[in-house]
Write a protein that binds this ligand. Structure first.
Ligand code: ADP
Ligand code: MG
Length: 417
């Protein structure tokens, strides 16, 4: 079998970059690539997806359609993915013809929570305590100290979807049976694989974005502090010296360890839970790895306006064999996700565009809308980056934006400040 992905020499513009998926992450990569003179071709079953609106070429095929795969292999010089649930077989087939990064292997690890957690443990890093449930009889074997917990499907969950909180064994049984019925009725699988994770008392959530090339050179974006609402990322803040420097160093190193362990080439995001200190010792909070994403990540969107290299610039550089240099953050930043709810909460029957003209009257606001035509509750329609001279200024502008958008005011405690 030919492995075309073994060498990543410098690929000069105007070469054509292929992207699997045409969502917002693909769109922002296309924009970074086009800025540097590259051509792009995206593949997505939805012809109106955000990246398809801006890419020079778009292929409208299912991710596993051999015709689409063949055309992409013919037209693109190198391929990457913006969507982690692309079948790893597609990445494998493509990699026999042209370089594909990240690898089918790395993506397949991220696609399955069970494999992902075992990979994290093999790096000598901690995860939340968990129990694998692949069959109804596994429910009874659940260690009682994992309850209350969160039942998560092993595959295809995102933005808190495919997750149910359970307090006791009875609720767990019911949740697993319901999930099983939903999935097995629409697919040919016997029983759905899940993990039950212990619900941990979180002090804060962080993520680290690392870019790695085949020479094992790695650079990271500044650490990101994330707040979720209903399992969906709501707000990311990136303020220098906002956290214990030793802890920051530990989390950054952990992200690099995972990237190295996966022989990863590209941009990888690692999510962390920092736990509440329930006992006087140890003094520094303990932490676990939550999950990884084999692509740029929502929590790294601030880098478009806060750093001299964005996470999409880094993705392009790793794919095109360009030098990896450390991004420098020039402004403290907050990134607020703009969900479809904002369009639907106006009180009138039809969807209404939020008052961007008031938001954009505030210095330091940077609006990014993805070009999705239909606002739905929980759907990511865009994000708002807010920069300023100091964190205080950013937070003050953010408070005004929340008020304009009729969102609940800031909760400083959960910003881990
Ligand atoms: P997704 O793939 O949807 O991002 P996650 O596993 O990251 O799923 O869960 C989404 C959010 O739910 C997390 O960012 C966190 O806020 C909360 N959460 C998930 N697992 C746990 C846990 N074991 N303990 C406490 N909170 C959790
Ligand atoms: Mg997550």
């Amino acid at each position: 079998m030919i492995d075309a992905s073994s060498s990543l020499d410098y690929l000069p513009p105007p070469a054509r970059i292929g992207i699997l998926g045409a969502g917002q992450l693909g769109k922002m990569l296309v924009q970074a690539a086009q800025t540097m003179g590259y051509q792009t071709i995206v593949l997505d079953p939805d012809a109106n997806a955000p990246a398809a609106q801006v890419s020079q070429e778009a292929l409208e095929f299912a991710y596993d359609d051999p015709k689409g795969i063949e055309q992409l292999a013919l037209k693109a010089a190198r391929v990457t993915t913006e969507f982690e649930n692309v079948p790893s077989h597609t990445l494998q087939v493509l990699s026999e013809k042209i370089p594909v990064h990240p690898s089918a292997y790395a993506v397949s690890v991220a696609q399955d929570r069970i494999i992902e957690k075992n990979m994290i443990l093999s790096c000598k890093l901690q995860t939340a305590p968990f129990h694998v449930i692949k069959h109804p009889s596994d429910v009874e074997k659940t260690p009682h100290d994992l309850l209350p917990g969160i039942l998560k499907t092993a595959r295809l969950g995102y933005d808190g979807k495919g997750q149910v909180s359970v307090n006791n064994l009875l609720q767990l049984q019911l949740a697993y049976t319901t999930m099983n019925a939903k999935v097995t009725s629409s697919t040919a699988v016997d029983d759905i694989s899940c993990v039950l994770e212990k619900k941990l008392p979180l002090h804060a959530e962080y993520s680290v974005i690392v870019a790695r090339n085949e020479l094992n050179e790695m650079v990271t974006l500044p650490i990101q502090c994330n707040q979720h609402v209903n399992g969906i990322l709501h707000l990311t803040t990136v303020f220098e010296r906002a956290m214990d420097p030793e802890l920051e160093q530990e989390l950054t190193q952990a992200a690099k360890t995972i990237a190295t362990n996966l022989s990863y080439i590209g941009v990888l995001c690692v999510e962390f839970f920092v736990l509440q200190n329930t006992s006087p010792e140890p003094k520094r909070p303990s932490w676990v790895v939550n999950e990884i994403a084999p692509r740029p990540h929502n929590s790294g969107h601030h880098s478009l306006d806060s750093c001299d290299l964005s996470q999409f610039d880094l993705q392009l550089r790793t794919l095109c064999g360009l030098p990896l240099i450390s991004p420098r953050q020039h402004s403290p930043c907050a990134m607020l996700n703009l969900l479809g709810d904002l369009w639907l909460n106006s009180g009138v029957q039809h969807a209404l565009e939020p008052a961007w003209e008031h938001i954009l009257a505030l210095p330091g606001t940077h609006l990014h809308l993805y070009g999705k035509t239909e606002p739905r509750r929980g759907r990511k329609m865009g994000h708002l980056n807010i920069t300023g001279r100091q964190p205080k200024e950013v937070l003050s502008t953010l408070s005004k934006c929340l008020e304009i958008l009729k969102l609940p005011p800031l909760n400083n405690a959960s910003l881990a400040l």
